[in-house]
Design a protein around this ligand. Structure first.
Ligand code: SAH
Ligand code: SF4
Ligand code: F3S
Length: 473
């Protein structure tokens, strides 16, 4: 098997045409056309938006943070929970006014939510101010779709359900100069019974490992320090091809690249996390000692209904192996409360798993019905109970996280500086190898530099300390 490989240059005809339109705009207005993009959803979407921004820059646009000032407005949407979709509908409504005042503005919606045919049909019929709609699998045809909208003034809907080829060499305009996302695969084959992702992002397609190694090498040469490999389940990397690669081998090869940098990855499905993967993390110094290993539920009955293909016992065995192999391991996870038929006993199993494992951080979600998935037709539970369980879960995790973080007090940790803290402009912030936030008073270190910080106190969401001179460690 080989995935169909496309190149950005195959869009050259349209790229040139859009560039000409942008140039005419510049001649007429004295400024380049401006674009505004906004991302909902996960890192995969963040990464896709960086590609769209890269293509827009390449086609003669400049970025603006002011939506009302833009000539091209794009929202990259998420479909994972109802709340995410409601926010998008709110935005769609607000854009009617802009289009009325500036009829030439191009309004585009892309991302996972657009790949749902009921949604794209609704947008087609009811929201005529939207010019372009495309799904995550159509990103490689963006220049063509933009050109069609600009030249014909016709609305473009590119949401056919295909198995999505991979388009390489798309220019990327990265939001950071030292942190980068690198997708290593697209799509998902797992069909967890609650989840919409496999329906909107298609089947698993792995990138050519050599292209990933090239991309990461170039990033390191450009000064990037923290690189996150992305995939819905990175553990099945290359399973869709007949080459002899796997994810652990990819990590080892990336670890061999010269330079002072970190590699992270997400997400790792427990059913495919192997001892080889854990041993690789343990033995490779540039691979972060951080494992994001979503468990979703602590109850075997619910795990079975979720189609997760592991048991509580298997998960705990894996965690134990990982903790024993990687001394400074930081574990984080995703968990869903209120899955259909979840009983008090099932929920207590989730709490007990949290107590047993000691996660540093948890992404906690209230189950949200996704039409078309198997769980949508299972017996739903009461909303109030869901919310009560959610509160209980969060309170437990807050205590657990603070205890976990407190064990760093008195220790000196290596931090990648990220900039000012959002909460206090007199503080700088950075992250440990385990991805824990560390805040410290202003010092000379600049974003993108590694420094050592001696930890003095800890809360559930962050550590606090003082920068120490290199020779004081
Ligand atoms: N591929 C990744 C994550 C995908 S979505 C993985 O398998 O871990 C991120 C998280 O959203 C999931 O781990 C799950 O906890 C949550 N999620 C997905 N669908 C959901 C739904 N219908 N309701 C509530 N949470 C959901
Ligand atoms: Fe969704 Fe499961 Fe795929 Fe993750 S592994 S994207 S939760 S179906
Ligand atoms: Fe991500 Fe949301 Fe799509 S979580 S994969 S943007 S449905």
């Amino acid at each position: 098997m080989k995935n169909e490989l496309l190149h950005y240059t195959m869009q050259n005809e349209y790229i040139d045409k859009v560039r000409k339109i942008s140039y005419s705009f510049f001649l007429m207005h004295g400024v380049k056309p401006k674009y505004y993009t906004h991302t909902f959803g996960c890192q995969q979407n963040e990464s896709d938006t960086e590609k769209i921004n890269g293509m827009l820059s390449d086609m003669g646009y400049i970025q603006t943070d002011l939506r009302d000032d833009a000539d091209f407005i794009l929202y990259n949407t998420c479909a994972v929970r109802e709340h995410a979709e409601n926010r998008v509908f709110g935005t769609i409504g607000a854009l009617t006014q802009i289009k009325r005042e500036k009829p030439d503005v191009i309004i585009a919606f892309c991302g996972c939510m657009m790949q749902r045919s009921d949604i794209s049909e609704e947008l087609k019929k009811k929201y005529r101010h939207i010019d372009i709609v495309f799904g995550p699998q159509a990103i490689g045809r963006f220049p063509e779709n933009l050109y069609k909208a600009l030249s014909s003034k016709q609305r473009v809907f590119d949401v056919i359900n295909e198995n999505g080829a991979i388009t390489e060499d798309i220019p990327v305009k990265r939001a950071s100069r030292y942190k980068a996302w690198v997708s290593i695969m697209y799509g998902c084959n797992n069909f967890c019974s609650y989840c919409i992702v496999p329906y909107v992002r298609g089947r698993e397609r792995s990138r050519d490992p050599e292209m990933i190694i090239d991309e990461v090498s170039n990033l390191v040469a450009d000064g990037y320090k923290d690189i996150t490999l992305l995939g819905q389940n990175v553990n099945s990397f290359s399973n869709d091809t007949n080459n002899n690669w796997n994810f652990a081998k990819l990590l080892r090869r990336l670890n061999d690249i010269d330079g002072d940098f970190r590699i992270r990855f997400m997400t790792s499905h427990p059913k495919d996390a192997t001892p080889e993967l854990i041993d690789t993390i343990a033995s490779c110094s540039k691979i972060c000692n951080h494992l994001h290993l979503p468990f979703q539920s602590g109850s075997n009955r619910i795990l079975e209904l979720m189609n997760r293909k592991y048991t509580r016992e298997k998960y705990l065995q894996l965690v134990e192996y990982a903790k024993n192999s990687i001394p400074d391991l930081v574990l984080t996870s995703d968990v869903i409360v209120g899955f259909p038929t979840e009983t008090k006993e099932d929920f207590e199993q989730t709490l007990s798993l949290i107590n047993e494992v000691d996660f540093q951080g948890l992404y906690t979600f209230i189950y949200s019905i996704r039409q078309g998935t198997p769980a949508a037709s299972m017996e739903q539970i009461d909303e109030t109970i869901k919310h009560e369980r959610f509160e209980q879960l969060c309170s437990l995790q807050n205590i657990k996280a603070k205890t976990f973080n407190s064990k760093y007090i008195g220790k000196t940790l290596r931090i990648l500086v990220e900039g000012f803290s959002n909460n206090d402009k007199n503080m700088q912030t950075g992250r440990t190898d385990g991805n824990i936030i560390v805040n410290f008073p202003m010092c000379e270190a600049k974003p993108g530099e590694f420094i050592n910080v001696k930890i003095e106190s800890a809360l559930n969401w962050a550590l606090f300390g003082q920068a120490v001179k290199q020779d004081n460690i």
